[in-house]
Design a protein around this ligand. Structure first.
Ligand code: NAD
Ligand code: TYD
Length: 351
């Protein structure tokens, strides 16, 4: 597939979507980007301020759970391509309230696929679905997830993403629609909502608050800097083979405790504070139910077939991320108002 002319981007006000639009809108001025987002607690237009006046960018507020709204958006813009980021994305929230996860991640994806399928004479270049390695379940000490690994999701979040992946694949096999799927490991970087490990720990470390590690802190994640994920998505969108799935990973496995130590070191350096003081803020809290032990990705397919590999090292990506949070107090104040306090109260005070 060549470069698309008009892309309907769902969830572009969230963490990965806003970083993706920040890179792609200025880079491809001839392509129209239509950002469709309902602006849940995780969606923030402040993350897109720097591109909001661009001629090739439009924002349209709509909820993908609502079929009529999706159809309206479709008929208004008639995009040739979809890049589908929108989702409820936080595992802990899916444990305390799974229904919205099914509604947005499964029904929302179905509504988009139906609009794409019944699009009439619109050019249908590609439906690209952004997914997660969590669909594969948990690894033990050894092994890596490949594209052939059996799906075995543990949380309502990963189960809903697995269901959406199956629907996308089914629409390819049944209706012949041009689709691609990427299953990516954990991302970190600027503009991530401070409920996830990196931003929560960075902000708490900066503010002298406790650093709540679930269980013993020995769970392992494979961390990828968000810009590397964004580049991989563009590569698969334009060069990936329809019907194929590509795993994306950072080749950067770390235990949660190692991550928290690295965050403490990076914040200590930026603020000129003793590292040991920050380490003293670590507390161990009740583990997450069904907590997957280890995720690790075999990214050899995207590397060999499409020539993508991660560029950012963990240390340089972490430094950039910490500096971004230090330099953007207004963004932090905005996302932390209202609903955020309620979540912190619910998830951590009773843990
Ligand atoms: P996020 O929670 O930061 O952002 C989600 C965005 O979707 C928000 O802007 C929100 O307003 C929007 N949204 C939610 N429900 C919606 C609805 N019903 N209608 C319209 N918009 C809605 O998520 P993220 O971390 O940016 O993740 C984006 C995608 O990448 C998700 O599909 C997620 O499963 C996947 N993913 C994330 C990671 C990660 O580490 N964050 C890793 C792999 C895959
Ligand atoms: P998270 O960022 O929620 O991503 P995911 O659950 O999708 O992998 O969590 C990453 C890891 O960090 C996970 O093993 C849970 C752990 N964690 C903590 O130990 N403390 C926290 O406060 C959070 C949010 C996560």
């Amino acid at each position: 597939m060549g470069n698309p002319e008009s892309i309907l981007v769902t969830g572009g006000a969230g963490f990965i979507g806003s970083n993706w639009l920040s890179l792609m809108v200025p880079r491809f001025p001839k392509c129209q980007f239509i950002n469709v987002d309902s602006l849940t607690y995780a969606g923030n237009l402040a993350s897109l301020q720097h591109i909001q006046e661009s001629e090739n960018y439009r924002f349209h507020r709509a909820d993908i759970r609502d079929r009529d709204s999706v159809n309206d958006v479709w008929m208004t813009y008639r995009p040739d391509t979809v890049v589908h980021f929108a989702a409820e994305s936080h595992v802990d929230r899916s444990i305390s309230g799974p229904i919205e996860f099914i509604e947005t991640n499964v029904i929302g994806t179905l509504n988009l696929l139906e609009a794409f399928r019944t699009a009439g004479d619109t050019d249908r270049n590609r439906f690209h679905h952004i997914s997660t390695d969590e669909v594969y379940g948990s690894l033990g000490d050894e092994g890596l997830f490949t594209e052939e690994t059996r799906y075995d999701p543990s949380s309502p979040y990963s189960a809903s993403k697995a269901a959406s992946d199956h629907l996308v694949r089914a629409y390819h096999r049944t209706y012949g629609l041009p689709v691609t799927i990427t299953n990516c490991s954990n991302n970190y970087g600027p503009r991530q909502f401070p409920e996830k490990l990196f931003p929560l720990m960075i902000l708490n470390a900066m503010e002298g608050k406790s650093l709540p590690v679930y269980g013993t802190g020995t769970n392992v994640r494979d961390w990828l800097y968000v810009d590397d994920h964004c580049e991989a998505i563009w590569t698969v969108l334009t060069e990936g083979v329809s019907g194929e799935t590509y795993n994306i990973g950072g080749n950067s496995e770390r235990t949660n405790l190692e991550v928290v130590h690295s965050i403490c070191r990076a914040v200590a350096e930026e603020l000129g504070r003793p590292f040991e003081d920050l380490l003293g803020q670590i507390t161990y809290v009740k583990d997450r139910p069904g907590h997957d032990f280890r995720y690790a990705i075999d990214a050899s397919k995207i590397q060999a077939d499409l020539g993508w590999s991660p560029k950012e090292s963990f240390e340089s990506g972490l430094k950039k991320t910490v500096q971004w949070y230090l330099q953007n107090p207004e963004w932090i104040a905005q996302v932390r108002s209202g609903e955020y306090r309620q979540w912190i109260e619910q998830n951590y005070t009773q843990r």
